[in-house]
Each structure stands twice: as structure tokens, then as C-alpha cells.
Design a protein around this ligand. Structure first.
Ligand SMILES: [Zn+2]
Length: 403
């Protein structure tokens, strides 16, 4: 405890780092920006830990998406980064994780940080997740200042594609889960400072409808409208959306058609699905496939569904409970009130949990309005969360905490 309080955390320095790194655009499909952000953090780790660490940088495969026109498109991604500190006498192997990408496109209006008042900074990625990555780095500095540091082997994993569902980095998660005892993920806490507890599962889908074009005035009835087919699909699919919100089906984007005097022969619907229980995945997909099969019986119409539910629901287990209790006891020592709350949001913590790696996934900073131009961070949480995570690591290293 005293080591944490004594450890000199320079808040102003953390804030200037945060502004510097948030002013670099790192949208998931801006690989150069994502790699610049990777360079920034790698530099910080190298400066702090020198030859104690090894760094691995992996080029990921392109991400294949379906464009608004219903065609396959390749998107280049930034690199996947591993920073490792190995110790032969370690009794704990910890994975610390966070992403390098943000949701703000390269042509978005929201590119720079601005101070709102003394303790609030508005900016792209300030709390999701670049502030959290600074907290992770600081917590490891605290750990490494201790005589017990070698009791922990740690891996930092920084992935470039979390905001689009980690389509390519996810391939490494199973192996990572097997190699570690627990994971700390530095997504922002909920806006009141709570830790996310139970999480829904999720997946994105594209439904491509191909119909038959026809001149509206001359041969309307010989055409088959792709847009109308999607409308019929949505009305049926929406029936799974009940008040209980066990399964959520959101139609997030629809594109298609062209000239108003032509029956549209192509349209694409973007869908996000959320599930509460493991069995909801099967229920949702079967429901959608049934509607699609029925619609495909029509002449000159073909609907095809692309995508998958790539994050299963995160349903807390005993080990997660112990991890939370350990964090709560650290919070108490620091006079912090740490609560937990269920959420419909999802993150890489869902995937690690699926592979059996216990994790808390919102150990980053306090802030709010993420994924919007009003995203902000409460700057005092940079220090607060560094101390909290640092204290947890110290107690784990000294065997005061057992998970
Ligand atoms: Zn995030």
C-alpha cells in the first residue's frame, strides 16, 4: 500500500501523453494511425522497462467486409503488439489487454482534444481506451518498482481491431488465454466508476438482397424489389425483440436502390445482434435463417446473410467473483468505492472468458459518452486507476492476494 502512495505519479505528464496520443487518429481502418499509436506506447514501455521486456509486432490479415454495394472489400489493419516480461520464478502469469483503435473515422470532425474544465478532457479515445493504456503502463511501473515484481510474468496485448469486433486479432485469444492465469483489460469503467460485470454476447451481420431491376412505368410487376424484401425481413425479424431484451436485433444501416423509376435490384442491411444467454445465439440465427429461406422462395430474389456472433455472453463465474473481491479490497484501501454493474456492451473480455481466462475488463479510466464527439475522461481517474491496478499487482506479487 505505502509503495503505491509513495510512487510518484506525475498527473500532468500523463495528461500531456494522453493529449498527444489522442490527437493521432487511429480508426480501425486507418492502419498508419493505429501503428503510430502502437509506436507511442511501445516507446513508453521501452523507456520504462528497457531490456526487461521483449516486443513482438505481428502483421494481421486484411479484414474482409461487405460494402454498401454488397461486394466483398479488403480492409488493411494495423499491427498486433505483444510486450512481454518473463520471469522464471513467477507464480502468476497475467495478461494485460487493450486496443489501439478508435471508432472515429479519419474524415470525422472529431480529431483533437480540448479541455472542458479543470478535470474533464474531451477527445477521441481519451477514455476508450487510450487513457486506460496509460493506466496499464503506470500500474506495471508500480509493480516493477517492487522487490516482488519477478513473482509475476506479464504480457501486454495491444490489438488494432477491437472496435470492429476484433475479427483478426481474435485468432490469437485462445492461445493467450491458455498461457495466462488471469487478465486485466483496460476498457473504461462505466460512467459512475462501476466495473462491468455480466455482459451480453454480440455479432454484426450484413444481409445482402438481390432482386430484379425493372422500369417502374413499363414493367413494374416483372421486377423484384430488393429494398421491399429487406423491409419484409425486418418486420419478421423484429418480432424477436421483446421487452425483456434477451435477444436484441438492431437494423443499423440500410443501403440500396438508385433511380426512383427503377425497381431496386440490390440492397444491403447491416444488423447488430445482442444475446443474453448462451442458447440465444442459436435461437436468433435460426429465426433469421427461417425468414430468409421463406423470402428466397420468391422468384428472382436471393437474400444471403454474412457475419457471425463473434462474442458470447460473459456470465460471471467464481474466479471472476474472487478477482472482483480482490479489486474491491484494494479499492477500499485507497478509499475508493468500487461497484459492479451488468451491461449490454461487449469487449474482448467476452472472448477471453469464453476461453476460460478469468478477467475484469473495465479497469481503465472513468469517463463517458464514448463512441461520440462528446467522449470525455475524468482526469483524476488517471492517477486513481493507476494506483488501484498497481496495488492489485503488488498484492498479487507479494501473495497477499490469492485468486
Ligand atoms: Zn474500447
Amino acid at each position: 500500500m505505502s509503495l503505491v502512495k509513495e510512487f510518484n505519479i506525475n498527473k500532468d505528464h500523463m495528461i500531456s501523453d494522453l493529449i498527444e496520443v489522442c490527437n493521432i487518429n487511429s480508426h480501425s481502418y486507418n492502419p498508419n494511425g493505429v501503428n503510430s499509436v502502437a509506436d507511442f506506447y511501445i516507446n513508453k514501455f521501452q523507456n520504462s522497462f528497457k531490456n526487461k521486456i521483449s516486443i513482438e509486432r505481428l502483421k494481421l490479415d486484411n479484414h474482409q467486409i461487405i460494402s454498401d454495394k454488397g461486394e466483398f472489400e479488403q480492409k488493411e489493419l494495423g499491427d498486433l503488439i505483444f510486450i512481454k516480461k518473463a520471469s522464471s520464478k513467477a507464480s502468476h502469469k497475467i495478461l494485460l489487454m487493450g486496443h489501439l483503435d478508435t471508432v472515429y473515422p479519419i474524415d470525422s470532425q472529431f480529431q483533437k482534444c480540448s479541455k472542458i474544465d479543470g478535470d474533464i478532457l474531451n477527445g477521441p479515445g481519451v477514455s476508450d481506451i487510450k487513457g486506460g493504456l496509460l493506466v496499464m503502463h503506470k500500474a506495471l511501473e508500480i509493480l516493477e518498482s517492487s522487490k516482488d515484481a519477478d513473482n509475476i510474468t506479464w504480457t501486454v496485448c495491444l490489438n488494432p481491431d477491437e472496435e470492429i469486433g476484433s475479427p483478426e486479432s481474435q485468432k490469437y485469444f485462445e492461445k493467450l488465454s491458455g498461457e495466462h492465469d488471469l487478465a486485466m483489460i483496460f476498457e473504461p469503467s462505466l460512467s459512475d466508476g462501476s466495473i462491468a460485470w455480466q455482459r451480453k454476447g454480440t455479432g454484426n451481420f450484413q444481409l445482402v438482397a438481390r432482386g430484379k431491376a425493372a422500369h417502374v412505368g413499363r414493367e413494374f410487376s416483372s421486377g423484384q424489389s430488393a429494398i421491399y424484401a429487406l423491409a419484409e425481413f425486418m418486420i419478421e425479424a423484429n418480432k424477436l425483440n421483446t421487452k425483456e431484451e434477451n435477444i436484441i436485433i438492431n437494423f443499423g444501416k440500410i443501403t440500396g436502390g438508385g433511380a426512383l423509376n427503377t425497381v431496386p435490384d440490390k440492397a444491403v442491411l447491416g444488423i447488430n445482434i445482442r444475446t443474453q444467454a448462451l442458447e440465444d445465439e442459436k435461437i436468433a440465427i435460426e429465426h433469421l435463417q427461417k425468414i430468409i429461406s421463406k423470402l428466397n422462395e420468391k422468384d428472382n430474389l436471393e437474400l444471403s446473410l454474412h457475419g457471425k456472433l463473434n462474442r458470447k455472453p460473459k456470465i460471471p463465474n467464481e474466479k471472476m467473483e474472487r478477482l472482483y473481491e480482490a479489486f474491491q479490497s484494494c479499492a477500499k484501501e485507497l478509499d475508493l468505492d468500487l461497484k459492479k454493474k451488468n451491461t449490454g456492451g461487449c469487449c474482448d473480455g467476452n472472448n477471453l472468458h469464453e476461453f476460460g481466462l478469468a478477467n475484469l475488463d473495465t479497469l481503465g479510466v472513468r469517463g463517458g459518452n464514448i463512441h461520440s464527439k462528446d467522449e470525455f475522461i475524468c482526469l483524476d481517474s488517471l492517477v486513481e486507476r493507476s494506483q488501484l491496478n498497481g496495488l492489485f499487482l503488488l498484492k498479487l506479487a507479494s501473495n497477499e492476494i490469492k485468486i
